[in-house]
Design a binder for this molecule. Structure first.
Ligand SMILES: Cc1ncc(COP(=O)(O)O)c(C=O)c1O
Length: 428
């Protein structure tokens, strides 16, 4: 059989299956006749496929980098295929059906099994015993806070083993302005930090841990102190490798659906996954002790969007990794300091570029904003954002991108004028 494409005047593409040679026409029974009748009047030939692609769409530096990154991009495609299969299998094994997409209100008791199914699909995907995936988590910080409060009790110690935690966790822990807000410190949890790796070698950021590093660290920690619980802040790390932290022994992970596992589709939400007992404790922090995982409404189409975003996530993460590789390649060719280095293995989708000056950073941000599909007319300004100590740039841009479910973030930190680009868009 040969396939040909024709364009019918009724404004729809029609796929026509034509036999290669022309045997006498055979009528299909109407039940299987899915091919629409086609107007056979002669038409101008369609342009050949190759000429329908536009000429090189990139500026020369980017085009050159794209050419040189083919083998890295192929590796990313393989990663995407592997992780997409992992997600697909989890959907199939959990028997996800369209009835799981229904919205529900009030306590959420009438959710038709969607809440439980989404939780169990997520748990399977990350190799955890249990998970709670909810639109009611405001953000990654909120989910991580619930996970930390699940573990820690007065008199316990929190030890950060991969350098300082992310900025917004400083107030959760009580490192910064914590009085009366109910930080861990307020509740008598002490905090210590293993010195930052890479701090002495001029890194823009502490080196991130790979899943293999996490596995090694967990093994050592559990060997020395078997009752020590391990939580991994997994924001921006999901689907960047073929394993997730619970598969290598993490007791809990937490993250945001407006990052990787939302696949740019989830409008809000977060997750906690890991050992059942701790997931239930985190759920009690999100809701209330006694309510746990068994309630919570999700109105309208939100759950459908969460399923859809989760399904698309490996692909979106793949795009983000390619974007990061491209940025690292182009910006380092132009003489900027980048981290991770060009072509270095990725453990999350963060790409830092040291632009070397406030003015440069602002004009870069303005250029990104101008290229945005939403709010391209907005001129971003530097501003302070809740949860951050340092001035943040282009929150307007972040928010505009968030409307599309994507997330783009720039930051200016003490002693460092840099950029963290969680780029889900390939162009910048
Ligand atoms: C490693 C890490 N943890 C936590 C967070 C906080 O997530 P959110 O902004 O969703 O609260 C971020 C945000 O960029 C992050 O990069």
């Amino acid at each position: 059989m040969a396939l040909s494409l024709s364009y019918s005047s009724s404004a729809a593409f029609t796929v026509v299956a034509c036999p290669a040679r022309s045997p006498p026409p055979r009528r299909l029974p109407s039940a299987v006749c899915f091919i629409r009748a086609v107007d056979t009047a002669p038409r101008a030939p369609l342009p050949c496929a190759s000429s329908t692609y536009p000429p090189q769409p990139f500026v020369p530096e980017v085009a050159e980098a794209v050419e040189s990154l083919y083998s890295e991009f192929r590796d990313v495609d393989n990663l995407v295929a592997h992780n997409s299969m992992r997600v697909l299998k989890a959907f199939q094994n959990a028997g996800v059906g369209s009835h799981h997409f229904n919205g529900c209100t009030g306590y959420g008791h009438d959710d038709g099994g969607g809440r439980e199914t989404l939780d169990s699909v997520f748990a399977k995907i990350v190799g955890a015993e249990s998970a709670i995936v909810r639109s009611q988590f405001f953000s990654g910080t909120h989910a991580i806070a619930c996970a930390l409060f699940a573990f820690l009790r007065p008199g316990n110690e929190l030890l950060a083993v991969a350098g300082a935690p992310y900025d917004t966790l400083e107030e959760v822990i009580g490192i910064r302005q914590s009085s009366i807000t109910g930080s861990l410190k307020d509740f008598g949890v002490t905090y210590h930090e293993v010195p930052k790796m890479g701090a002495s070698t001029g890194m823009l950021f502490p080196l991130l841990l790979s899943i293999a590093d996490i596995e090694r660290a967990i093994r050592v920690i559990k060997m020395q102190k078997p009752d020590c619980m391990v939580m991994v802040d997994n924001c921006y790390g999901e689907f960047v490798e073929t394993y997730e932290p619970p598969m290598v022994g993490a007791d809990l992970i937490a993250g945001s659906l407006i990052k990787n596992p939302g696949g740019t589709i989830a409008p809000c939400g977060g997750y906690v996954a890991g050992k059942r007992i701790w997931v239930e404790a985190a759920a009690a922090r999100l809701s209330a002790p006694g309510l746990g995982v068994d309630c919570g409404s999700m109105t309208g189409d939100v759950r459908r969007a969460l399923f859809q975003g989760l399904f698309l996530s490996p692909q979106m993460v793949g795009e983000a990794i390619k974007g990061g590789l491209l940025i690292a390649e182009v910006m380092s060719m132009k003489g900027y300091k980048v981290q991770p280095l060009p072509r270095a293995p990725r453990h999350d989708i963060v790409q830092a570029v040291q632009l070397g000056g406030r003015e440069r950073l602002i004009s870069f941000c303005e250029a990104v904003q101008r290229s945005c599909p939403i709010g391209s007319y907005i001129k971003p300004t530097a501003g302070v954002t809740t949860g951050y100590a340092s001035e943040m740039e282009v929150q307007v841009s972040c928010h505009a991108m968030d409307h599309l479910g994507s997330h783009l973030q720039f930051s200016v930190r003490e002693g460092l004028t840099g950029l963290i680009g969680h780029l889900l868009w390939e162009k910048f």
